[in-house]
Design a protein around this ligand. Structure first.
Ligand code: RET
Length: 250
């Protein structure tokens, strides 16, 4: 017998709730962008785009777009009877990966500009990040364990490159800035790394091992997404607005 793992009412309502949160925070960020001097506006625009992409992705998922099934073969072995083969179909919300492939580079750019990270390091961080998301997408559609966890392993290696760029090169770059910027970069980059590290764990128990239900997966990502985008954004913009001069020279 085939088994289907899909979202229920709780999952769907959660998707709608996050869709509304992303829409409202995008509006707030665009309004804030108009109110700051143009030299400070780059952070506001970046951050507003991040929640705009997330809004579009949540609208897709809440209305049933950007979702596909991944089929996995499950073989039950039993000593005395022939093997029983059945298939488990689980929803994969691929709209997330489209969102993440655009928004995680923008989030990194926010942090890189805050720290004053150099061009080569920014490029390495962003390319590694895109590799992480795209290999994660292939992992989500892998149809056997070797393929699924193989892609997952590549994604994790790419993630370590991102961590290295932020934690070492980012911090080194920020050390050359004024005390307030330095301390703020330490706090917001630490917050980011903590949150981002939870994503592969959720993936592992949801899409990976399929122990978590689709509703639980939706709720977990919803909490993380709200912290990683709107909460991160308000924190960054309010702090940045109150600083004398940390605007990037672009
Ligand atoms: C995947 C699975 C493969 C292994 C790794 C992953 C990392 C994902 C991350 C996502 C961050 C998303 C954010 C979204 C904002 O709303 C693709 C889950 C390492 C770090 C910050």
């Amino acid at each position: 017998e085939n088994v289907y793992q899909k979202a229920g009412d709780v999952g769907n309502r959660t998707l709608w709730a996050v869709c509304v949160i992303m829409a409202l925070s995008s509006i707030a960020f665009y309004v804030m962008a108009f109110r700051v001097p143009v030299q400070k506006r780059l952070f506001h625009i970046l951050t507003a785009f991040i929640t705009t992409f997330a809004f579009l992705s949540y609208f897709a998922m809440a209305t049933g777009d950007g979702i596909a099934y991944n089929k996995a073969k499950v073989v039950e072995q039993n000593k005395h009877v022939p093997d029983i083969v059945h298939y488990v179909y689980r929803e994969v919300y691929y709209a997330r990966y489209i969102d993440w492939s655009l928004t995680t580079p923008l989030l990194l750019l926010d942090l890189a500009l805050l720290a004053g990270l150099g061009g080569a390091n920014i490029l390495v961080a962003i390319v590694a990040d895109v590799i992480m998301i795209l290999t994660g997408l292939f992992a989500a559609f892998g149809d056997n364990d070797g393929q699924k966890w193989g892609w997952y392993a590549f994604a994790c290696i790419a993630y370590l490159v991102v961590v290295y760029q932020l934690a070492f090169n980012g911090r080194a770059a920020a050390a050359g800035k004024d005390g307030k910027t330095k301390a703020f970069f330490g706090a917001i980059a630490g917050f980011t790394l903590l949150l981002w590290t939870i994503y592969p764990i959720i993936w592992g128990v949801a899409d990976g091992a399929r122990v978590a239900s689709v509703d639980a997966e939706i709720i977990a990502y919803a909490v993380l997404d709200v912290l990683a985008k709107p909460v991160f954004g308000f924190w960054l913009l309010f702090t940045h607005d109150s600083m004398a001069s940390t605007s990037p020279s672009v």
